[in-house]
Design a protein around this ligand. Structure first.
Ligand code: ZN
Length: 126
């Protein structure tokens, strides 16, 4: 079900007001879920380009791009379980880049929540 993704820029996640070089989604030609980084990719969502943390989520000249999801995240998107999706993304991020202090947790969760809210707004229904 996975297919090649068009070029997209990755962008840093601002942690505690600083850009710390963590890249959340989407990753250019990535082979992992753009929500939680799990592999393999189960499906791709078409999504209009939008700004996040001051940068376009896809290359700025693109009007839309592909947002990859693993099976679990696709299930959460398809059933509209957005807060579960945010929890999952945050948890996976913390596992990979943590430890995340309790002072960082809230702003970090907020960024995932905001990202997923915008994804939801810009997602192109099939
Ligand atoms: Zn996922």
């Amino acid at each position: 079900m996975a297919s090649a993704k068009p070029d997209a820029v990755s962008f840093p996640l601002a942690l505690s007001g600083n850009s710390v070089g963590f890249h959340i989604v989407p990753i250019p030609r990535g082979d992992a879920c753009d929500f939680c980084t799990a592999r393999p990719i189960f499906r791709l969502y078409n999504c209009r380009n939008f700004p996040f943390n001051g940068r376009a989520v896809f290359a700025h000249e693109l009007t839309h791009g592909a947002w990859a999801a693993c099976r679990k995240c696709a299930e959460l998107v398809d059933t509209g379980r957005w807060s579960d999706l945010t929890d999952r993304s945050f948890r996976k991020f913390a596992q990979k880049h943590g430890p995340v202090s309790r002072y960082e947790e809230l702003p970090l969760r907020e960024q995932f929540r905001e990202l997923h809210r915008r994804f939801r707004e810009h997602m192109i229904p099939e």
